[in-house]
Design a protein around this ligand. Structure first.
Ligand SMILES: NC(=O)c1ccc[n+]([C@@H]2O[C@H](COP(=O)([O-])OP(=O)(O)OC[C@H]3O[C@@H](n4cnc5c(N)ncnc54)[C@H](OP(=O)(O)O)[C@@H]3O)[C@@H](O)[C@H]2O)c1
Length: 399
């Protein structure tokens, strides 16, 4: 039995903590540490009484010294970083200092520049390798399971994959006119950015929401979806040999888009600080403060998510297509762990990634994306831990 330190006690952190407690053969002890200790204490009390010992702590994850001191005191086998992308580098530094394995679900993003890419974290490869510890990057659903699906398709069904379309549909209805399903600041930075996709060895850039398609999702039905830039495109373009095109589409309802456009038009999504009543505030951070907390959407969200990948390529000289996806029900997640499906589909893979690093199946010194490991134990674990997947060998394709 091992020990994990979970940093961040929001929607995703809460799901991962629940799943670690369900998996007490691997997670004998967990500590939940975050900025607001009261949230960690409440979660600790909720999870107390099972086979996994749960404790809580306050930590500023921007502060490497504070993090390292906490890691040295608790001595976890792995740190699961479920705070915000801004904290990735400080948590990685603390893991290096204490020689502790590292897992996260979102790549580093500087607070003052709405731009995410793996470069900052890939720059740690040599230091993690020399320290003999593993950093597993982007181990949520997308990125995360989408990379595992890609490695699985590559291993079992294709000689060469030429095209990947990642489709992320959320048909959940929370009843609010406007709310985001995970951290509003991170979510809005992502969807208001320019889009891009990878084609023939280069990035093709688009304006935000410029490319729209309609797809008939299994168990959900037809939905409008829009092309976005997404972080796994960057690593899959390197790790899937022979790839010619990768695109990422996410569904948005008309009400969400209309509200977002209006907020953008009046400057509420800006990350440039402004003067307000004698203080400097960032409009997007103020907006986050007035929007519903994603962690509170669980009881009121009904409907399903469907996230998966469609592959086109060749096997034994013949063209082949393959679709693999997971369907997750918001209310079922809420009944199990008290969270909606977006937090669930991220928090479960984070627990699985930590389990595979801790039990050695996915442990090697260095910094890695999920598709660089054997996908089979992860695919089995998805079926065992609440995210079963379905295969389709003649799917409808996206034009
Ligand atoms: N790969 C995927 O599929 C995927 C999908 C969704 C989300 N994500 C990622 O998952 C992560 C968590 O998302 P979420 O929806 O759970 O966000 P959230 O609800 O906002 O939770 C973030 C948590 O981090 C804590 N935190 C923030 N800054 C901190 C600091 N400096 N020190 C210590 N704790 C700090 C927050 O503390 P307070 O409680 O004090 O605010 C909060 O508990 C994000 O990085 C997000 O991008 C990945």
């Amino acid at each position: 039995m091992g020990k994990a330190l979970i940093i961040g006690c929001g929607g995703v952190g809460s799901v991962t903590a629940h799943k670690c407690c369900q998996n007490s053969d691997v997670f004998g002890e967990i500590m939940i540490a975050s900025r607001t200790k009261a949230k960690c204490d409440a979660l600790r009390d909720k999870l107390a009484g099972g086979r996994t010992k749960v404790s809580s702590a306050k930590v500023d994850a921007d502060n490497v010294r504070e993090l390292a001191a906490l890691i040295n005191e608790f001595k976890p086998d792995a740190v699961i970083n479920l705070a915000l992308p801004y904290q990735d580098l400080s948590v990685m530094e603390a893991c290096l200092e204490t020689k502790t394995h590292y897992i996260d679900t979102a790549n580093y993003e500087p607070p003052d520049n709405a731009k995410f890419e793996y470069k900052w974290q890939w720059d740690y490869r040599e230091r993690f390798e020399k320290a003999g510890i593993t950093a597993l990057l982007g181990c949520g659903f997308d990125p995360g399971v989408t990379g595992v699906f890609s490695a699985y398709a590559q291993k079992h069904y294709f000689d060469e994959i030429h095209e990947i379309d990642i489709l992320d549909a959320n048909a959940g209805d929370h009843g609010y006119p406007f709310a985001t399903n995970f951290n509003p600041e991170i979510n809005i930075r992502e969807v208001t950015a320019d889009g891009s996709f990878w084609e023939n060895g280069r990035w093709v850039h688009t304006r935000p929401m410029e490319i729209k398609r309609v797809y008939d999702f299994p168990q959900i039905g037809p939905r409008d979806m829009y092309l976005l830039h997404h972080e796994e495109l960057e690593s899959l373009a390197l790790n899937i040999k022979g790839i010619r095109r990768i695109r990422f589409f996410m569904t948005f309802g008309q009400s969400y888009l209309t509200h977002l456009k209006c907020l953008e038009n009046v400057g509420m999504t800006s990350i440039e600080p402004i003067e307000f009543n004698g203080a400097q505030i960032v409009p997007l951070q103020f907006l986050k403060a007035v929007l519903p907390d994603p962690a509170s959407l669980g009881p009121r969200t009904v409907g399903k998510t469907n996230i998966g990948c469609i592959f086109k390529g060749v096997k034994d000289g013949k063209e082949k297509t393959y679709y693999v996806y997971n369907v997750c029900d918001h209310q079922q997640c809420y009944r199990e762990v008290g969270s909606q499906a977006i937090s669930y589909t991220t928090g479960v893979p984070a627990m699985i990634g930590a389990m595979l690093v801790m039990n050695g199946a996915w442990r090697k010194p260095g910094v890695f994306n999920v598709e660089e490991f054997d996908p089979d134990p992860f695919m089995d674990a998805l079926n065992n831990w609440g995210l079963p997947w379905t295969e389709d060998f003649s799917p409808a394709l996206v034009d």
